[in-house]
Design a protein. Structure first.
Length: 73
């Protein structure tokens, strides 16, 4: 999914419980020249171990599916 953050479009993935109902929300932010897929396995383990948890994986602007400076994706 993509969301607007300020003037940027950010690609993200939410897994597990709905964020509004989650007892725990874990956000994953990747390093330079990486993308949110780095955390697919870890996010799955968090959800398996904490059924009321939600995970949020984010592609920072200019990486993965997030365009740089809100440009088209």
């Amino acid at each position: 999914m993509q969301i607007a953050v300020g003037n940027s479009i950010v690609n993200c993935k939410v897994s597990g419980a709905p964020i509004g109902d989650a007892g725990l929300v874990v956000a994953f932010l990747h390093g330079w020249r990486r993308d949110m897929s780095d955390f697919d396995d870890l996010a799955g383990k968090v959800i398996a171990d904490f059924p009321d948890a939600a995970t949020l994986q984010i592609d920072l602007p200019g990486f993965g599916g997030s365009p740089l400076n809100g440009e088209g994706g």
